[in-house]
Design a protein around this ligand. Structure first.
Ligand SMILES: Nc1ncnc2c1ncn2[C@@H]1O[C@H](COP(=O)(O)OP(=O)(O)OP(=O)(O)O)[C@@H](O)[C@H]1O
Length: 255
């Protein structure tokens, strides 16, 4: 990891009625692969949602590569280069894999259409390039034989690949991965992890939520542990794993 933080989150707060999901979270993420773990209900998903514009935080700040993105909407955060994988929404399940790959995530299509309107002829060239990139991405993730199939017909693992392919097409600087390997068979799992390491070596930053602690320990440079809406501790995987506070937080769950 380099010394310059890619993401700096300070005092992040979010409640739902009487439930405090985030209670002043301070997390700094440097380049590389950082794991984010914590028992059920620790606040991991809320944390992801608040830093990617899906939810407004009640307090605190989020800085991405030196830019304050607190409270910004998702499309503008995506444009800054911070993206998260998200499940293919039901309405996109009837669209083909190719169509899903051609749609920029998080409502950017309106902006794209606007650009096309203004730029006229350049649009055809842009579209050809987008199609080629989508096809290359599908080929890499071994989804090319499924390009004309509806996304809803994919297996769980193939959907995860499609989700990752979609966010990578936005050319991000940092990707938040929310259990990218759930339901993925071992061959596909290895392929996704290899791709993540390859992208990391090219300078991409990952923050990786995963319930499989073994995977986190094996593949992350640094691990942040959340518990009850706060950061409990952080450090190298081996130190975190043997930390008594972490063991207590998981209350005997396998670590
Ligand atoms: N939309 C919501 N409405 C009400 N409460 C919510 C909402 N979203 C999250 N919560 C509550 O906030 C707390 C944190 O939830 P969150 O989903 O962020 O945790 P998590 O660490 O991602 O959990 P898990 O590992 O089980 O997915 C929980 O108590 C949860 O019930």
């Amino acid at each position: 990891m380099t010394d310059d933080p890619v993401l700096s989150v300070s005092g992040l707060e979010r409640s739902f009625g009487g439930i405090t999901a985030l209670d002043g979270v301070d997390v700094t993420v440097g380049q590389g692969i950082t794991g984010l773990i914590g028992p059920n209900g620790a606040g991991k998903t809320t944390f992801f949602n608040c830093i990617t514009g899906y939810l407004d935080p009640d307090g605190g700040t989020v800085e991405f590569q030196g830019t304050d993105v607190t409270g910004k909407r998702t499309p503008s955060i995506v444009r800054e280069g911070l993206v998260r994988t998200f499940q293919i929404p039901r309405e996109l399940e009837n669209m083909t894999v190719r169509e899903n790959l051609l749609l920029a995530p998080s409502g950017q299509s309106g902006e794209k259409l606007g650009r096309a309107w203004l730029r006229g002829g350049a649009f055809a060239e842009d579209e050809r390039r987008s199609r080629r990139e989508a096809e290359e991405m599908a080929e890499f993730f071994e989804l090319d034989h499924l390009l004309d199939e509806p996304a809803g017909s994919l297996s769980g693992g193939q959907r995860k690949l499609l989700e990752l392919a979609r966010v990578l097409l936005t050319e991000p600087e940092m990707v938040l991965l929310d259990e990218p390997l759930a339901g993925v068979n071992p061959t596909l799992e290895k392929k996704i992890l290899d791709r993540i390491h390859e992208l990391e070596s090219q300078g991409l930053t990952f923050l990786f939520v995963e319930h499989d602690i073994e995977l986190i320990m094996e593949h992350c440079d640094h691990v942040v542990v959340m518990h009850q809406g706060r950061k409990l501790t952080e450090g190298p995987p081996s130190a975190v794993r043997s930390d008594q506070r972490v063991i207590d937080a998981y209350l005997g769950e396998e670590l």
